[in-house]
Write a protein that binds this ligand. Structure first.
Ligand SMILES: Cc1cc2nc3c(=O)[nH]c(=O)nc-3n(C[C@H](O)[C@H](O)[C@H](O)COP(=O)(O)O)c2cc1C
Length: 132
């Protein structure tokens, strides 16, 4: 990390503005939930809409379980659930469903955002992963 970048990140709004541009324009889908046990969606980017068909405005306040269905591997979800409980990270793939019901392979990572020791949110980075 260069000194210039560090200065930008530590500046009052520079870091926030940079992260917003990155999340909004990422080719990968970015989905953020709050830290509650339910995991309510607080942010989704345009790539999430492209991947799943859900408009971000329609899914704020819902949970990412809306992507799951009959073919979703419960072992993968149990592994994710354990990571959420322990404050750890997750990476895996499972069948998910688009808004119109089309199944696809979701390949995704979920990571905690920690402020000090406290988890303030969870971030997922997602893409279609048929060959991974
Ligand atoms: C940030 C975040 C992103 C998630 N993204 C997905 C996803 O893309 N697909 C999916 O099947 N589950 C996803 N989940 C998992 C579900 O929201 C839920 O945590 C999981 O189903 C475990 O809870 P349950 O055992 O009560 O169903 C995500 C969870 C979090 C916190």
């Amino acid at each position: 990390m260069s000194a210039t970048f560090e200065k930008l990140m530590n500046g009052a709004d520079g870091g926030l503005a940079l992260l917003q541009v990155l999340a909004d324009n990422s080719f990968d889908s970015v989905l953020i939930t709050d830290a509650s046990a339910e995991g309510k969606i607080v942010y989704a980017n345009k790539s999430f809409k492209k991947l799943t068909g859900h408009d971000p405005s329609e899914i704020i306040g819902k949970t990412p379980r809306i992507l799951q269905g009959a073919g979703t591997d419960s072992k993968v979800i149990a592994r994710l659930s354990a990571a959420l409980k322990s404050g750890g990270k997750f990476e895996g793939k499972a069948i998910n469903y688009k808004k119109d019901g089309t199944p696809f392979i979701m390949y995704w990572r979920v990571l905690p955002i920690k402020v000090g020791k406290k988890i303030s949110a969870w971030v997922a980075i997602q893409r279609e992963g048929s060959v991974i």
